[in-house]
Design a protein around this ligand. Structure first.
Ligand code: MG
Length: 297
């Protein structure tokens, strides 16, 4: 099915965060932007200079982010319990409540080709003692995956049968949505990636699930143009076929939280892993790059 896949060596680009998450290649600045959640800041790495700077501080604990169709950044904020847009540094609310109740702490987000924003809403930013947000109540009583239509303001709960939905990504034709569930045995469920059929913005039943071989959690994940699933998996990145056959394991010295494709040709894989940002050269690109080419401005 797939073109030949080659995966290069691991480069460490930056060390100095507490818990790095939410990497995104930002085409307009040709940088990788990511969250250092407990330090409540957003960092940015410029591959042209090899340097990292603070993009913003006091950001209310941002986590995952993605590109909108206009090139602006859509990101999750634990502290504001919302999904928001960052357009050239101006941050505005997109959605923060469901049926009149506040969201938990949106974790990760993708934008579909119809401009709908799909995001997960586990409780990690409101749990007692959290260092990734502010303690609070789960107001609507669940942890859903939501679909938000910016044009109409309609928010729909599309998946309600996962315990702590976390990373998510569409297959290249957007007919399947993969969602990691990081709840685990404390909640009586396996650490897993669940697959759901999707049709015209409607999510169907679960059609499959992967339990990682050695019990590592999958947090953030991406899908490449060939439909392969690239997921964080403890101190590694795993690559799977669309039907969850393991293709490759990339060992990393720290626990990996999330990843993104980027770079000048979209074939660099950037990893956020605890204190560090890493890069791996590949021969593939993100599935969504067809909609959002990595070099568009
Ligand atoms: Mg996450």
């Amino acid at each position: 099915m797939a073109g030949e896949l080659t995966i290069g060596g691991l480069e460490c680009l930056f060390t100095g965060s507490v818990w790095a998450e939410g990497p995104l290649w930002v085409p307009s600045s040709r940088t990788v932007r990511w969250s250092d959640i407990p330090n409540d800041r957003i960092l940015e790495f410029d591959p042209a200079t090899g340097t990292t700077r603070e993009y913003a501080v006091g950001v209310e604990y941002t986590n995952g982010r993605t590109l909108d169709a206009d090139g602006s950044v859509v990101q999750c904020s634990h502290g504001r319990r919302r999904v928001e847009r960052d357009s050239e540094g101006t941050v505005t609310r997109l959605v923060d409540s469901f049926e009149g109740r506040r969201l938990n702490s949106p974790n990760d987000v993708v934008v579909a080709s119809d401009a709908a924003i799909w995001f997960t809403d586990p409780p990690y930013g409101i749990l007692p003692g959290t260092k990734e947000g502010h303690e609070g109540e789960q107001e609507y009583g669940g942890c859903n995956v939501f679909r938000f239509e910016p044009a109409t303001g309609v928010l729909t709960a599309v998946i309600t049968d996962l315990v702590h939905p976390n990373g998510l990504a569409f297959s290249p034709d957007e007919s399947v949505l993969y969602v990691a569930d990081t709840a685990g045995s404390r909640y009586g469920v396996p650490l897993r990636i669940a697959a759901y059929s999707v049709d015209h913005g409607t999510c169907g039943p679960r059609i499959g699930a992967l339990e990682l071989e050695d019990g590592y959690p999958a947090d953030g994940l991406r899908v490449d143009v060939e439909g392969r699933i690239w997921t964080s998996a403890g101190p590694s990145v795993r690559v799977y076929t669309p039907s969850f056959q393991l293709l490759d394991t990339i060992k990393v010295p720290e626990t990996v939280s999330n990843l993104c494709f980027g770079g000048p040709d979209g074939q660099d894989l950037y990893l956020t892993a605890t204190t560090s940002l890493y890069r791996i050269r590949t021969t593939t690109t993100d599935a969504a790059a067809r909609t959002f080419p990595p070099n568009h401005n």
